[in-house]
Write a protein that binds this ligand. Structure first.
Ligand SMILES: [Zn+2]
Length: 264
C-alpha cells in the first residue's frame, strides 16, 4: 500500500524475516572510494567499547520490537561470505544507506578527535535507516506539522529538507511523530542559530529526542516487518537497554570509557 503517510520508504526491500547480518570493522582499513582520482579512503578502527555500544543499540531494537516475546528484528554477526550484510565502519560522519540492498550496506559511525557518532540515539537512528526508514520530517504529510524556515537553512543543505513524494513512502498508518528518533532537531542545519523547523501543532515532547525509540517508532518497525497485523493498535512502551539488555556493570564500564575518551 503506497499512500501519503508513514516514513518507511520503498527504495530497497526489507531484510527477509527481519534478520540483519552485520560486521563491525575492528581494524584500520583501506576501502575503495567512489570519487574519481581518490582511490582509497582510510577508516579508523572501532574500539571494543564502541562495538559494545553498537550492539547495545541493536539489542534495544530487538527487545523493543518483540511481539509476545517473539523476535521481530534480529541483528546477527555475519557468517563468512554471507551477503547481503551491513558493514559498520569508523568512517566520515554518521550515515547509513536505507534498507537492504545487494552486497554490503555501509554504516558510517565516525569517532575521531573532531566528531563522534558513538551515542546510543545516533546509532539507533542509523540502524533504523538500515531497516528501511527515512527521516520523519521528510514524510509526505510533514507540511501539516512543520513550517520549514528555509531562510535559516544552510543553502547547501536544502536537499536534506525535501520531503518525500507520496509514492515514495509506505502508508504505515501511524501519526506524525515529533519525538521519533528519526526526526531531526528543530535547529538542524541552521546557518544562523535560528530554528529551521517550527512545529505547527502543540507538542509536549523533545523534537528529535536522542535517547530511545518511541512507541510509534516501534509500531512502524513491527508493521513494516509484518510482525503485527496492519490494523493492530498494539502500543509498546519503549524500554531502555541500559537496564533490560545488558548487565549494569558492563554499561557503566562502557560509559566510563566513553567519558575518558571524550576528555582525551
Ligand atoms: Zn538520518
Amino acid at each position: 500500500m503506497i499512500q501519503s503517510r508513514g516514513v518507511a520508504v520503498q527504495i530497497n526491500p526489507r531484510w527477509p524475516a527481519g534478520v540483519i547480518p552485520y560486521y563491525i570493522e575492528p581494524s584500520f582499513c583501506l576501502y575503495p572510494k567512489l570519487e574519481i582520482n581518490q582511490k582509497y579512503v582510510l577508516f579508523l578502527f572501532i574500539a571494543d567499547a564502541h562495538r559494545h555500544l553498537i550492539e547495545l543499540a541493536m539489542k534495544q531494537i530487538e527487545e523493543n520490537t518483540k511481539v509476545d516475546d517473539k523476535s521481530c528484528i534480529q541483528f546477527k554477526r555475519q557468517s563468512q561470505y554471507e551477503l547481503p550484510y551491513v558493514h559498520i565502519v569508523n568512517g566520515t560522519g554518521c550515515s547509513s544507506t536505507i534498507g537492504q540492498g545487494w552486497g554490503y550496506k555501509r554504516v558510517m559511525l565516525e569517532h575521531s578527535s573532531t566528531s563522534s557518532c558513538m551515542d546510543i540515539g545516533i546509532i539507533l537512528h542509523e540502524l533504523l535507516h538500515t531497516l528501511g526508514f527515512g527521516h520523519e520530517q521528510l514524510r509526505p504529510d510533514r507540511d501539516s506539522y512543520l513550517q520549514i524556515r528555509w531562510e535559516n537553512i544552510q543553502e547547501d543543505k536544502f536537499a536534506k529538507f525535501k520531503r518525500y513524494e507520496a509514492q515514495q513512502a509506505y502508508d504505515l498508518d501511524t501519526p506524525y511523530d515529533y519525538g521519533s528518533v528519526m526526526h531531526y532537531p528543530l535547529d538542524a542545519y541552521s546557518k544562523n542559530g535560528s530554528l529551521t523547523m517550527v512545529p505547527t501543532k502543540n507538542i509536549s515532547v523533545i523534537v528529535g529526542q536522542p535517547f530511545n525509540l518511541t512507541s510509534i517508532d516501534i509500531l512502524e518497525i513491527q508493521r513494516y516487518y509484518q510482525c503485527v497485523p496492519f490494523g493492530s493498535t498494539t502500543t509498546t512502551t519503549p524500554k531502555s537497554c541500559a537496564i533490560t539488555c545488558s548487565t549494569p556493570c558492563f554499561f557503566i564500564f562502557t560509559l566510563v570509557l566513553s567519558i575518558l575518551e571524550m576528555q582525551l
